[in-house]
Design a protein around this ligand. Sequence first.
Ligand SMILES: [Zn+2]
Ligand SMILES: [Zn+2]
Length: 338
Amino acid sequence: MIALVLESPGHAVCRTVSDPPPPTAGEILLDVRMVGLCGSDLNSYRGRNPLVTFPRTPGHEVAAVVAELNPDFPEWQPGTPVTLSPYSHCGACPSCLRGRPNACQHNQTLGVQRDGALTQRIAVPASHLFRANLSLRELCLVEPLTVGFHAAARGRVSPQDVVAVFGCGGIGLGAVAGAAFRGATVIAVDLDDAKLATAQKAGAQHLLHSGRTDLAAQLAELTQGRGPDVVIEAVGLPQTFRAAVELVAFTGRVVYIGYAKEPVAYETRLFVQKELDILGSRNALPEDFQAVIRMLEAGTFPVDDTISRVVPLADAPAILDEWSGDPLRFTKILIQVD
Ligand SMILES: [Zn+2]
Ligand SMILES: [Zn+2]
């Protein structure tokens, strides 16, 4: 079968690879239909993801159909459209034992530490599959949106909350949609008018351009001086990490999904004075997948606004090269595999 293979940093090819081994007892064989690429795949392509070794087939945002019946799982009939959770979990680490396999200490993500879905057939544990009444494009958006939905869940977002989301890229947009789906009043913050416009369509009631407004003053005005109940940080810069703690309400919750690339200096007095809940958020749980699927099935998410390009598998090396030359040019690229 044909696969996209990252041979070395900056060098991708479509070539023949061996068929997947026969599915093990708990696995279902899938025909891959479409796969989304995100910033982490671009990082892998450029050789900047320390978890990726070469050669590697990327692909973790998957739309597929069941290829063959596994008699142990009659509920997964051939032809059933599915998406999947690309994470693995060991079952024995502290996270797994606490029922939080999304943060497994020994997680291996499809397309990162092991070969991914940008090929024609893959075998996946039945427990990782999700069915949905969605188009192929929508199925590819499920996984990237779950990361923000999980952050909203970590922040225990409820209809009474005002939630500020810092950063409306792919992950932040999921947090906006996730907080809105939970009934909160959402304030989207970004430096890009187009991203703010998409955030509004995804459910943000208030939009703040942090380059043109005084963020602290605006957040205070929108919350009668209290500050947001929850701040979700999806940028990853030291100043936004700090701003989250400075601007959140007393006894509020701060959720970090962004990865800061350098150490961050804090006024830790605020942790104590405000008695904050400061939470990390990583990957997503099955219930986050179910929630995203319900939202997409309801048709309330601006699917077309979030997809930059759809190209056939044969064009994947060229589009990766183009994207690497101009990283701001695309947000979400979908690769048509079949
Ligand atoms: Zn992704
Ligand atoms: Zn584990």
